[in-house]
Design a protein around this ligand. Structure first.
Ligand code: ZN
Length: 177
């Protein structure tokens, strides 16, 4: 099966009106805000998104994003594998005021104009799905990377570089919740 080429930008309102969909893959390397948090950026994200207008007239984009990320553990600074299977459930709105009318089951996606970047959309969804402080679940995995537990480094004295970066990225994100 051939992977269709994804457009860079699209009109989400029109896509919903046409019940259009996107299936394909994007390189993680083309998502700079996400790539900054990754140990390796040579992977891809599988995209399966469908747009529609539902019986209430809501314009929706739904689907899944699947990827395997390799993050940096914030305890030992070693590589941390994170398989992600993100369920996308977005309701298109023109502004913040309109997002209030959206049912709780949908996250508002504010689109002021007629133009949206697929990469931005995918990147925002992946960033939101990341743990705020990525780290190995088992301390043994950190010790295997040379981590030595100490009272000083837990829980707040540790290295929080990537966490700070992620927090500021989310603040910069155009998404409003
Ligand atoms: Zn670790």
């Amino acid at each position: 099966m051939q992977t269709p080429i994804l457009p860079n930008r699209f009109n989400p309102w029109q896509l919903a009106a046409e019940s259009g969909r996107f299936d394909g893959e994007l390189d993680l390397a083309v998502l700079p805000r996400l790539a900054a948090l990754l140990e390796r950026t040579d992977g891809t994200v599988k995209i399966a998104l469908a747009a529609r207008i539902d019986e209430r007239g809501l314009r929706l984009i739904e689907g899944t994003l699947q990827t395997d990320l390799e993050l940096i553990c914030q305890r030992c600074l070693g590589p941390l594998s994170l398989p992600l299977d993100v369920v996308v459930s977005l309701g298109l709105v023109h502004d913040e005021a309109e997002s209030v009318r959206l049912p709780d089951t949908y996250d508002p996606l504010v689109v002021a104009g007629n133009d949206l970047s697929i990469a931005d959309l995918v990147e925002d969804e992946l960033l939101l799905a990341l743990p705020s402080i990525p780290r190995h679940q088992e301390i043994r995995e950190c010790e295997a990377n040379g981590y030595v537990p100490s009272a000083e480094s837990e829980p707040d004295g540790g290295r929080r570089g990537a966490f700070t970066t992620l927090a500021s990225l989310l603040q910069d994100s155009k998404r409003s919740n």
